[in-house]
Ligand binder design. Sequence first.
Ligand SMILES: [Zn+2]
Length: 142
Amino acid sequence: MINVDILGQSLTPGQKPSAETLLHCQLYRNFPPVGAVLHGHSVAATVLSMLGPIRFSGYEILKAFGFATHDMDVDLPVYENDQDIGRLAAKIDPLLLADPPIGYVISGHGVYAWGSSVEHAFWRLEALEFLLNCELERRRLT
Ligand SMILES: [Zn+2]
């Protein structure tokens, strides 16, 4: 881990943060209760995000995100990958502010999840990865 300020600048001389640091900082800036942001590169997130929109319907684990029931549809936003992270962050910003999702995916790249602490963010990331794995399996079978 590298400590950075809210603009993504390293607080430790000589350490260079990931190019994707701005996406993490965007979540901290927009949602002050967020205490941790995690990003993963799973096969399920990478593959599903390249196939178009991702919708989770009827999964019990949706309740892990605070929903009262499994009987609902929840969309996971998918954004086109972009090596210009500032431009990518600008595309993500409107949805984050209008209707905060349970996480999001960058197409062909990976998933972002967040929470009030590292443990909470990890728990949400695990739930998202579980949903993505279920959806990948479901699509293989249908
Ligand atoms: Zn990445």
